[in-house]
Structure formats: structure tokens, C-alpha cells
Design a protein around this ligand. Structure first.
Ligand SMILES: [Zn+2]
Length: 99
């Protein structure tokens, strides 16, 4: 039975599952530019720099909304604020990873 918590070791022991593993890895690699949380549902910004409107469940930043009017500046400030407040997990509907 597949169990997500067994992660990489499981796939390494199942050569037939390599393709599935590749797909899976691509799908989950959407990294938050503020807190580095890497399981966002969507890419935070597309190639034109347009935000996804997703709210990061980790730091609470909404891409395309909280970055107005100056993206770089807002991201920097948000990160500072988030770290200063103790890097708290933001979402009540999604749970924090154990690491
Ligand atoms: Zn984040």
C-alpha cells in the first residue's frame, strides 16, 4: 500500500514507479518565495509575474494580492514580519508538515 509518509525510499524500492515519481515531484514543486514552503497548489507567479491568488498556507501571503504595489518590497517585508512573529503556521484548514 502506498503511504505518502514513506516518501522517496518507497519509490526507490519500486523501479516500476519511477515515471509516477517524476510526475509527482513536478506537481508538488511550487515553492513560496517568502517562507520556502514547497507544496503550494500552484506556481506563485507565472512567467509574466502574475500572481496565482493562492494564499500560502504557511506564511499567509497571497500571491498577486499581498504583493501590491511593489512585489520585491512586499515579499521582503512579509518575510521579515513572518519571521519576527515566530514563523507561525498560517492556515487552519491545512496542517503544517512535521519538519
Ligand atoms: Zn509562504
Amino acid at each position: 500500500m502506498f503511504s505518502p509518509t514513506r516518501g522517496q525510499a518507497y519509490f526507490d524500492s519500486q523501479p516500476g514507479k519511477i515515471v509516477q515519481n517524476e510526475r509527482r515531484r513536478k506537481r508538488v514543486k511550487h515553492i513560496c518565495p517568502i517562507c520556502q514552503y514547497d507544496e503550494l497548489f500552484e506556481e506563485p507567479y507565472d512567467e509574466d509575474g502574475v500572481g496565482s491568488d493562492e494564499i500560502c498556507p504557511c506564511c499567509g501571503f497571497q500571491f498577486g494580492c499581498d504583493d501590491f504595489p511593489e512585489k520585491e518590497e512586499q515579499i521582503k517585508n512579509w518575510r521579515k514580519k513572518w519571521i519576527a512573529s515566530g514563523c507561525k503556521w498560517f492556515s487552519c484548514t491545512r496542517t503544517a508538515p512535521s519538519n
